[in-house]
Design a protein around this ligand. Structure first.
Ligand SMILES: Nc1nc2c(c(=O)[nH]1)N[C@H]1C(S)=C(S)[C@@H](COP(=O)(O)O)O[C@H]1N2
Ligand SMILES: [Mo]
Length: 298
């Protein structure tokens, strides 16, 4: 494969889990990412995916506890089948869907995305999934809908964090409709070519790579098309620290820490800090925020 840009991905870039790799999916993914990288000035180093072990043992999933290894230790009992997703609000085809029904007609794509938590750590994750836009188009978004609201599952019997009430549940998140319809926004059903691990939000979760990680809600059971900006979990808990938009922005610090740099998970002794990029490097979303002051935290 010819590298047209230095950030183009090759199979050598994904050696940690090379065995699973579907070559065709990789090539398709690399074309997409190459185009994005050229637009976004992505750094080749950060597009080397983290290992499966790193991605599944350093998580935030407060339903299973607040520690980074709690989800790996505690999410084994999550019941992911059967799984029902309620679709309601301003949509032509409301109802309760299985994942197969919701994703029928779409072939999952591979997207190797940078992932940036608001806590200033980062990874690169090879997701599998379907653009949220495809699913919303199929469901028929009505003209009054301006936002998409989503809700995570609550299974108290297997969720120690829910029983302890560490934060309010269900976890809820939302996007403005144009953000939800952006081609980068993914409904992910797996990573590294395998079904989504429980600790990463099985069986289906959102991935919004230009926003802080908490926007990427896990284990989704409800998708609502609504007229007004919906409440979101971290914004409700600490509005002065976590906005609704929460786009990755190295120039606006969190009230308690800098967002200028990030710690790239992995690499052991070679683990390093690197500069954080505006919109996490996904510059093609910038036009969504024309008129917003990027020196301010929203
Ligand atoms: N339901 C739910 N979704 C969630 C969270 C959570 O606690 N509960 N944590 C968020 C945060 S803060 C981050 S950084 C990402 C972490 O995703 P990962 O564990 O797959 O890396 O999930 C997000 N989605
Ligand atoms: Mo996060």
């Amino acid at each position: 494969m010819t590298r047209r840009w230095k950030s183009d991905l090759t199979e050598a870039d994904v050696t940690p889990e090379a065995a699973w790799l579907n070559r065709r999916a990789l090539i398709a993914g690399s074309v997409t990412l190459g185009a994005l990288a050229a637009a976004g000035g992505a750094r080749a180093d950060t597009l080397t995916p983290n290992t499966l072990d790193e991605i599944t043992h350093y998580n935030n999933f407060y339903e299973f506890g607040t520690g980074k290894t709690d989800p790996a230790n505690n999410a084994g009992g999550l019941k992911t089948s059967p799984w029902a997703i309620k679709v309601d609000g301003m949509v032509d085809k409301p109802g309760t869907y299985t994942i197969d029904e919701l994703l029928a007609g779409f072939t999952p794509e591979q997207r190797i995305y940078r992932f940036r938590c608001v806590e200033a750590w980062a990874m690169v994750i090879p997701w599998n999934g379907v653009p949220l836009a495809s699913v919303l188009d199929k469901l028929g978004v009505q003209s009054g809908a301006k936002y998409v609201a989503m809700e995570s599952v609550v299974q108290p019997d297997v969720m120690v964090g829910v029983r302890q009430g560490v934060i309010p549940f269900p976890y809820v998140e939302g996007l403005r409709l144009d953000e939800a319809m952006h081609p980068l926004t993914l409904l992910a059903t797996g990573l590294y070519g395998k079904p989504m691990p429980n600790q990463n939000g099985a069986p289906i979760r959102l991935v919004v790579p230009w926003k802080y990680g908490f926007k990427s809600i896990k284990s989704i059971v409800r998708i609502s098309l609504v007229a007004d900006q919906p409440p979101t979990t971290w914004n409700k808990i600490a509005p002065q620290e976590y906005g609704f938009y929460s786009n990755v922005n190295p120039n606006v610090d969190h009230p308690r820490w800098s967002q200028a740099t990030e710690r790239l998970i992995g690499g052991g002794l070679f683990s390093k800090r690197q500069p954080t990029q505006m919109f996490n490097g996904y510059d093609e979303v910038a036009s969504l925020y024309d008129g917003m002051d990027l020196r301010v935290n929203y």
